[in-house]
Design a protein around this ligand. Structure first.
Ligand code: HEC
Length: 139
């Protein structure tokens, strides 16, 4: 004969079973609440690819632009100083900007003289890519 407490246990188990079956039927919903699911691509990305995936450090690029003296010759708008204003230069492409920095006499912008120093050729590649990232934000 069943005792009262056993009936209680069975009811609880039955309720849990129903919950579990129901949970499976609605597998597409998050059974643990309303937290936003982490996109699978992020969750599975190995830590080592992080630096590559995160791209240029724009803040460092801006710092370099001022610290290296680029801003002494280039405005971030469209007005000329010694060199052309760099707003919109991103449209010329990463390779063009890269060459403009490391080998400035390769292409001389119309209306300007070959006055940009060649010393930036010795910059670290990561700083150049940060500079390019920053210049592409100028519009
Ligand atoms: C002494 C002045 C001077 C400094 C400092 C200087 N530049 Fe220049 N830059 C110029 C001049 C002049 C030109 C145009 C002539 C030419 O194309 O080389 C130019 C051209 C460029 C261009 C091509 C622009 C275009 O519209 O095609 C880019 C990009 C550029 N500079 C980036 C930089 C960056 C980044 C730095 C700092 C790391 C820098 N420059 C430092 C004078 C300077």
């Amino acid at each position: 004969m069943l005792k009262r407490s056993n009936i209680l246990v069975i009811s609880v188990l039955a309720a849990l079973l129903l919950f579990a079956v129901n949970g499976c039927a609605e597998a597409s919903e998050n059974p643990f609440g309303t937290t936003t699911p982490v996109p699978i691509t992020d969750a599975l990305a190995p830590a080592t690819t992080e630096a590559v995936a995160s791209g240029p450090d724009i803040a460092n690029g801006e710092k370099e632009f001022k610290g290296l003296g680029c801003s002494g010759c280039h405005s971030t708008g469209s007005n000329k100083i010694v060199g052309p204003g760099l707003a919109g230069v991103g449209a010329k492409g990463d390779d063009y900007i890269h060459e403009s920095i490391v080998n400035p006499s390769a292409v001389i912008v119309d209306g300007f003289s070959n006055l940009m120093p060649t010393t930036f050729a010795s910059l670290k590649e990561s700083d150049i890519s940060d500079l390019i990232g920053y210049l592409k934000t100028l519009n």
